[in-house]
Each structure stands twice: as C-alpha cells, then as structure tokens.
Design a protein around this ligand. Structure first.
Ligand code: ZN
Ligand code: FE
Length: 251
C-alpha cells in the first residue's frame, strides 16, 4: 500500500492510499480538480472514497468524482448522505476497501457525526486530531471531543495519523504559549518550523510522537495541570481539555 497526499485549497490534504496495481482509495476530496490531476499522473483507478464529515472542504469534490468514476463507492457518516455518500457508516462498522478492513470510529466534537477510519497502521482522522492540536468544536461538546481523542490515543503506538489540514505550525505556536519550557514542544516546534520554511509537509505523524507533543492529548500532564492551576482549579481531564480548547479558540 502506498500513502499519498494531495494538497487542496490553502491547507487541506486529500489522502490517497494506492496499491501497486493502481487501484486507490481517496479520503475527504474537498475538491475534484487536484484529485483528477493526480489520478491521471499516477494512472490510478479510484475504487472508493471515505468521508469523515460533512464540511465542504472535505466533500466538495465527491459529486464530480462520482461522475468521472461511476463505480465509486462512497462511505461516510449519516451527515454526508446528501453530500454524495453511497454507503452510510456508523461506530464499529467495518468497511472493506482494497483488501483492507477499515474500522469506523465515531469521533463527535468537530461535527456531531464525525468519524475516523482506521486500518492498521493508517488512521484518517479528518478534522478530529491534527498534529499538535484538534478540531474546533462546531457542533459537539468539549466532553465529546475529549472522549473522541481518547479513542484515538488508545490505538497502537505505530499508528500513522493522516490529518486533513496542515495546521501543525500554528498549533505548536499555541502550545509554546501554554508550555514555553516543555522540551518536547520546543523540539517539535523547531522541527515543523524548519519544514514549513522549506514549504514541506509536516504530515503524516506517528501516534507515539503525537502523544508527547500534542497538549490536547496531555490533559493529565503534570506541567499542564500546574499551568492551568495558575488560572483556575479544574479537577477533571475533560475540564482541562475544555480550558485548552477555549484558549486555542482565542489564540
Ligand atoms: Zn471540518
Ligand atoms: Fe476541514
């Protein structure tokens, strides 16, 4: 299996898993044009689309791709039904694509129906988990998002996280504002700063590393608890998550 990412809009990635025989699977095609171009260049044959949620920058290209490739099967949560999904998926469903079995993980928070797709080692996390951050809470509650992220951190260390946006640098700037002396945060900030200065991608990332640098996955971290206690006294990890998320909203 080969993992590819196609840049779209200003900071989206459309992920493509392809086999040596050219058959491929496309994740969250927010626009069709860059996908059609990559398909032609690589001589791919798209067989399926996976959709994580209903936002335009993730589903905008579906209709045109279905017209170009009439056999395409489109898996997505219920909220993507009118965005071109042909097969509705729910928590715990298993989806067979390209000989891989993907499990559907319900991850409400960014939207109420958001799902992630996992087939060891690949996780397509949409707008739930970003490197160094997480999605904004447009429809869900902080507690829902906290629990969604818990499901993701429980996956194997070697999980390859394919996020839908290149937000890493901004997320690490925010993280530095919260924990300016944290060695892991500082090292990762320098690393992504250098990559972005050369206009290189910071994704995908490995879950084992992400747990160390992503403050939204570190709600039980002693330094973070101490930092929050300078402002307020929050006992529950989901309360600390909510505090962090609202700080990021205002950053
Ligand atoms: Zn979104
Ligand atoms: Fe998005």
């Amino acid at each position: 299996m080969n993992l590819n990412s196609i840049p779209a809009f200003t900071d989206n990635y459309i992920w493509v898993l392809s086999q040596d025989n050219g058959q491929c699977l496309i994740v969250d095609p927010g626009e069709a044009a860059p996908v059609l171009k990559a398909v032609q260049e690589n001589q791919w044959q798209p067989v399926a689309i996976l959709l994580t949620h209903h936002h335009h920058d993730h589903v905008g290209g579906v209709k045109e791709l279905r017209e170009s490739f009439p056999g395409l099967v489109v898996y997505g949560p219920e909220e993507t039904q009118d965005k071109g999904a042909t097969h509705i998926v729910r928590e715990g469903d298993r989806v067979d694509v390209l000989g891989c079995e993907f499990s559907v993980i319900a991850t409400p928070g960014h939207t109420s129906g958001h799902v992630c797709f996992f087939s060891d080692p690949y996780l397509f996390s949409g707008d739930t988990l970003f490197s160094g951050g997480c999605g904004r809470l447009f429809e869900g509650t902080p507690t829902q998002m906290y629990q969604s992220l818990k499901k993701i951190t429980a996956l194997p260390d070697h999980t390859i996280i394919c996020c839908a946006h290149e937000y890493t640098l901004a997320n690490m700037k925010f993280s530095l504002s919260i924990l300016p002396d944290d060695p892991a945060v500082n090292d990762y900030f320098s690393e992504v700063n250098e990559l972005r200065a050369k206009n290189q991608k910071t994704l995908p990332v490995i879950l084992k590393n992400e747990r160390k640098i992503n403050l939204f996955l570190r709600t039980d971290d002693i330094d973070l608890i101490e930092k929050i206690s300078e402002e307020t006294n929050l006992q529950q990890p989901e309360q600390r998550f909510a505090w962090l998320r609202s700080k990021k909203d205002d950053f």
